[in-house]
Design a protein around this ligand. Structure first.
Ligand code: BGC
Length: 397
C-alpha cells in the first residue's frame, strides 16, 4: 500500500469536523459542564473557554476554506438553545444561523449535527435518554431549530448514539472510545433510534431533499482465532445495532480511529510494544476502512460519509502518515464497490477531548491563553488533497 498515489472522484468531498462543547467555551447549561465542576467528576480538566469558537467561528471557517477544504461539520448546542425546559433562545438560534451563513460566505458546505454528546442539564436531571418523554423533547428541539436549516444539505441527528448509550449506562464519558466498552443498554439504544427516526421525519417533512443521517463510532472489532461468535455478540449492541438502524436513511456517518481485539472473555489488550497515540489507542490507520466495510454491510448499503477520522498526536508528520493510511483503506473499500461520498477529518482544531486538552487531534493548533490559531502542515496537506483529489504518500515528500 505504501508509496501508492490515490485518486478520488471529483464528486468526493473533503472537510473537517468539530463539536460545540469541545470548541465553543462556557457551555454552562450542559450536563458536561456540570460534571466538569463536580467533586469526583473523574475528569482532569474543565472545558472553560475551550477554543473560544463561540466568538471566533468566522476565523475557524475562514481557515478551513482557505486551505481548500470544502465541508465543515459542526454541532448545534442544545443546552444553549434550550437552557431551561421549554425555554428556547432566539438569540442562540440566530447565532447558529450566522455560522451556517458564514460557511456559505466562504464557499463551505455546512454539515450540521443536532446532538453531539452533551445534553441540557435539565434534560439530564430528568433522566436524559431514560426519561419517558426523551423522544418528544428531542423532537421539539429539532422542530425549533429546523427553520435555520432551509439551505443546509446535510444534517446528522445524533452523533455516536452507540457511545451515548454506553455513557447513559454509567460509563465514564472521558473513556468513551477506550478498548473495553461496558455492556450497553439497548433500551436506550431503542430510544435513540426512535428519536433519530422521528427527527428524520420532521426534517424530511420540511425539506424533502435534505440528506439526514446519524454517525456511528466504529471499533474495527477483530476476532482472535476461534472467537468469531464472541466477537459478533460483543459487536452487536455496541456498534452493529446502530448501523442496522441506518438502513433506509439518506446516508450513514462512519467514525473510525482504532481497532479492538476480542477474545473468549471480551476485549484483549494489545501488546505494550505497539505504537500508541496520545489517547492511548493503538496506531492503526486501516481501522476506518474496516468500519466503512462493516457499516456498508450491516446498513444494507446505505451511502457512507466518513464523518470522523484522525489521530491525537503532537507529531504532525505522524498525522499525515495516519491520514494517508486511513485514505488508502477508504479508497480500497471504494474500489470494492462501496459508495463513500466524502471524508471529514477529526478535528479542525486542537480542542477539549472530553476531560483534557492534551490529546491534540487538530489540523490547527490553538493557544489556550490567547486563542491564537496556528495552522499545521496537515491542514495545508489535506487542503491540497481536497483541491486535487490526489493523495500522495506523505513519507515521500
Ligand atoms: C467523538 C468526538 C471525539 C473523538 C475523539 C468521537 O468519539 O465524536 O467528540 O473527540 O471521537 O475521541
Amino acid at each position: 500500500m505504501t508509496g501508492k498515489t490515490l485518486q478520488f472522484p471529483n464528486t468526493f468531498f473533503w472537510g473537517a469536523a468539530t463539536a460545540a462543547h469541545q470548541i465553543e467555551g462556557n457551555n454552562v447549561s450542559s450536563d458536561w459542564w456540570e460534571r466538569e465542576h463536580m467533586q469526583n467528576g473523574g475528569l482532569s480538566e474543565a472545558s472553560g473557554d475551550a477554543c473560544d469558537s463561540y466568538n471566533r467561528y468566522d476565523e475557524d471557517i475562514r481557515l478551513l476554506a482557505s486551505s481548500g477544504l470544502q465541508y465543515y461539520r459542526f454541532s448545534l448546542e442544545w443546552a444553549r438553545i434550550e437552557p431551561e425546559e421549554g425555554c428556547f433562545s432566539k438569540a442562540q438560534i440566530i447565532h447558529y444561523r450566522n455560522m451556517i451563513e458564514a460557511c456559505h460566505r466562504y464557499g463551505v458546505e455546512p454539515m450540521v449535527t443536532l446532538h453531539h454528546m452533551t445534553l441540557p442539564s435539565w434534560f439530564a436531571r430528568k433522566g436524559g435518554w431514560r426519561s419517558a418523554d426523551a423522544v418528544d423533547l428531542f423532537v421539539r428541539y429539532v422542530k425549533e431549530v429546523s427553520p435555520i436549516l432551509h439551505d443546509v444539505k446535510w444534517v446528522c441527528t445524533i452523533n455516536e448514539p452507540n457511545m451515548v448509550a454506553m455513557t447513559w449506562n454509567g460509563t465514564d464519558g472521558a473513556d468513551m472510545a477506550a478498548a473495553s466498552l461496558p455492556q450497553p443498554d439497548l433500551t436506550i439504544g431503542g430510544t435513540l433510534a426512535k428519536a433519530h427516526k422521528a427527527a428524520c421525519d420532521v426534517l424530511h417533512g420540511e425539506y424533502p431533499s435534505l440528506m439526514v443521517g446519524w454517525t456511528v463510532a466504529t471499533q474495527a472489532f477483530h476476532a482472535m482465532p476461534g472467537c468469531e461468535k464472541e466477537t459478533e455478540e460483543y459487536a452487536y449492541p455496541r456498534e452493529n445495532y446502530y448501523l442496522e438502524v441506518a438502513n433506509g436513511d439518506d446516508w450513514l456517518g462512519v467514525q473510525g480511529y482504532l481497532r479492538t481485539f476480542i477474545g473468549k472473555d471480551g476485549p484483549v489488550p494489545f501488546p505494550d510494544d505497539v505504537e500508541r497515540t496520545l489517547t492511548g489507542w493503538e496506531y492503526f490507520p486501516p481501522a476506518v476502512g474496516i468500519g466503512v466495510r462493516n457499516a456498508w454491510d450491516k446498513s444494507g448499503h446505505t451511502p457512507i460519509v466518513v464523518t470522523e477520522n484522525g489521530i491525537a498526536t503532537a507529531d504532525d508528520k505522524r498525522r499525515l502518515d495516519y491520514t494517508y493510511g486511513a485514505l488508502c483503506a477508504i479508497r480500497s473499500a471504494m474500489d470494492d464497490g462501496i459508495d463513500v461520498r466524502g471524508y471529514i477529518h477529526w478535528s479542525l482544531l486542537d480542542n477539549y477531548e472530553w476531560g483534557s486538552f492534551k490529546p491534540t487531534f487538530g489540523l490547527v493548533a490553538v493557544d489556550h491563553e490567547t486563542f491564537e490559531r496556528k495552522p499545521k502542515l496537515s491542514l495545508q496537506w489535506l487542503g491540497n488533497v481536497a483541491k486535487t483529489g490526489t493523495v500522495g504518500d506523505p513519507s515521500e515528500r
